[in-house]
Design a protein around this ligand. Structure first.
Ligand code: M6R
Length: 606
């Protein structure tokens, strides 16, 4: 979380910093700030809340300079007010930080002992004073090397110095950081997205590295302070994805884009001519893999759970799934014949990255299912399966979820057929059905009016439950997460069969319960569970698929019907009304849909 920008130029930089901070807001929006150098002093401005507020404050203050750093914050240490906003500065040094300094309390004590005075409650301020302290005796390279060595935890840093009008230092351990190159100016950014309007020439810092950004060149150093060479990558310059177009929110746009993004995913992986799946350059022989572990966080974890059902159905492999923040600290039994799959939209999630890193250190087979192909998880995995769904801006993941489950389904089909667990005829039939999916999603998206009315009732409730069995269970979890994060209504997803083991006690008169019961092999069982909640007063919203057979159960409050397809693909269609329900619920409440409270798009702290 938190976004960092730095610009060293021969032109005024404040407007460009503000522009980049607006792009970085998906990483955090608790506060914003920037610092520039002019007339030999550091000028700092910070506000609580969004970048718009910072921009307005700038109108009344004359903050100029051709070199500067900026920050958007997702609070970790210290409440989100302007005092704790970044940059943090001494007379000589100004710092923006993404991450957490775990030993800040000890370092602070030491620095106070040396006479340093702290202004904020943040862990970041120790970095400012440590550098200031080292600069009393050391060169810039030595001061940075020594400071970084004494920090425990994760960080990406941007540093400005009062006495160096042509220097921004960037440093990385655990949190991503990129350097960009422009004409007589160079940049530092949390990611290439923030730099894209200025350049498409990028270098990513690896863990432990730092850089000196001058106007005309950039120097890179390893953790020992020794100069190193790094490659410059050229990224695509396509920006059209970042526009809301006719939509009120990015989330609405991203939901409606799904027929297209799924179509793109299918186009990338399905070889229609040969009726096959293209997974090129898979680095291992299929006989070398006998089990699979899928790891992710939040929505990405729900994708892993979804994939577990498909992999178990379509292949003979043992399938395990894990939440990255749990996996990284457990005593795992690493297995050479296991494939470790890391699922992440951003490719920067700290816990998922740490789990990947652990597997890499144990020399395991690692594969990333990511949207951002330049991300840390993508770069450090041995094999990548990109989801090709385009940039996702809304903090609540929608099209990336469908993208992840699409690619995981395709991967399960391919492994099934490679392992000869799935016969060619069935495989071909499934590909035929899959190719129809974008059109079915498009049809299912036309359910708006009904969902809008239903959303009103959810907003009056204290809480709600989402129930599903089999393939519908991961979708119930995902639907509940969407409602929670957008409308701040308590919502829990449960396997429908688990209700009588405890959660049924929560059901009371009028409580809205979403039951996912498509006509699949679990249908009858789920309908029985639905009756049990109706009998206890729940207001059931049944989500099923279109069929000639009527639902026989009575007292269902509302029914939404999605299009019909084979059992494997129904989860894609069931997801659509749940995304819309969460969207309209938040819209009616007037909440900030693209930036829900307390959240951030890219979770780069653990
Ligand atoms: O970028 P990632 O897919 O690794 O992110 C994982 C989660 O933080 C993310 O899916 C989160 O749960 C979303 N806000 C859900 O909408």
């Amino acid at each position: 979380m938190c976004g960092i920008i730095g610009i060293n130029s021969n032109k005024q930089v404040t407007a460009s910093i503000i522009n980049s901070l607006k792009k970085l807001e998906y990483r955090g929006y608790d506060s914003a700030g920037l610092a520039t150098l002019s007339n030999g002093s550091i000028n700092e401005i910070k506000t609580e809340g969004r970048v718009d507020k910072l921009e307005k404050s700038l109108l009344s203050q004359n903050i100029e300079g051709s070199i500067g750093i900026g920050h958007v914050r997702w609070a970790t240490h210290g409440i989100p007010n302007s005092l704790n906003a970044h940059p943090h500065s001494s007379n000589n040094v100004s710092v923006v930080h993404n991450g957490i300094i775990e030993n800040s309390t000890i370092l602070k004590k030491f620095l106070i002992g040396k006479g340093h005075v702290f202004k904020s409650q943040t862990d970041t301020e120790v970095i400012v004073h440590l550098i200031t302290e080292h600069l009393k005796t050391d060169s810039y390279v030595d001061a940075i090397t020594k400071t970084l060595k004494s920090l425990h935890g994760s960080f990406a840093l941007g540093i400005l110095f009062k006495d160096e009008p042509d220097l921004i230092v960037g440093a990385r351990r655990g949190s991503p950081l990129a350097v960009g190159y422009g004409p007589s100016e160079n940049y530092l950014g949390s990611d290439s997205y923030a730099l894209k309007s200025m350049t498409n020439k990028i270098t990513y810092l690896n863990d432990g590295e730092f850089c000196f950004i001058k106007k005309d060149y950039v120097e890179f150093y390893n953790e020992e302070g020794i100069k190193i060479n790094k490659k410059v990558l050229e990224l695509s310059t396509d920006e059209k994805n970042y526009d809301k177009g006719e939509f009120k929110h990015f989330m609405a746009k991203e939901i409606e884009e799904q027929p297209l993004t799924v179509k793109n995913g299918i186009k990338e992986y399905i070889d229609s001519h040969n009726n096959d799946i293209n997974i090129h350059n898979f680095p291992w022989k299929i006989e070398e893999i006998s089990s699979i572990t899928l790891i992710g966080c939040g929505t990405a974890y729900h994708s892993c759970l979804m994939a577990k059902y498909w992999f178990e159905e379509l292949t003979s492999m043992e399938v395990n799934i894990d939440i990255a923040s749990e996996f990284r600290y457990r005593k795992n039994r690493f297995k050479k014949d296991n494939l470790y799959v890391f699922v992440s939209q951003s490719g920067e999630t700290a816990d998922t990255y740490a789990a990947l890193d652990l597997c890499n250190k144990n020399e395991m087979k690692t594969c990333a299912v990511v949207n951002v192909i330049e991300s840390s998880i993508a770069r450090d995995s041995k094999f990548i399966l990109p989801i090709h769904c385009g940039t996702e801006i809304g903090v609540a993941s929608t099209k990336a979820f469908l993208g992840q489950i699409l690619i995981l389904y395709i991967f399960a089909l391919k492994i099934g057929v490679m392992k000869k667990d799935l016969d060619i005829k069935k495989f071909s039939e499934k590909l035929v059905e899959l190719k129809k999916l974008p059109e079915l999603i498009k049809e299912t998206l036309l359910i708006d009016n009904k969902v809008q009315t239903i959303a009103g009732t959810f907003n009056e409730a204290k809480g709600s439950m989402y129930l599903g069995r089999g393939y519908s269970y991961p979708i119930a979890l995902e639907g509940a997460l969407k409602l929670k994060e957008l409308s701040y209504i308590h919502a829990e997803g449960y396997p429908a069969g688990e209700m009588k083991h405890g959660p049924l006690a929560l059901i009371e008169e009028g409580m809205p319960v979403v039951v996912l019961a498509p006509r699949d092999s679990y249908y009858k069982k789920t309908i029985s569970n639905m009756q049990e909640v109706i009998a206890r007063g729940a207001k059931v919203l049944l989500i099923t698929n279109k069929s000639e057979d009527e639902v026989t159960s009575e007292n269902i409050w509302e029914t939404i019907e999605v299009e019909s397809t084979n059992e494997d693909l129904l989860p894609f269609l069931l997801t659509i009304p749940l995304q819309k329900l969460a969207y309209y619920s938040a819209l009616k409440k007037g909440f900030d849909i693209d930036k829900p409270r307390n959240l951030a798009k890219s979770v780069t702290v653990e």
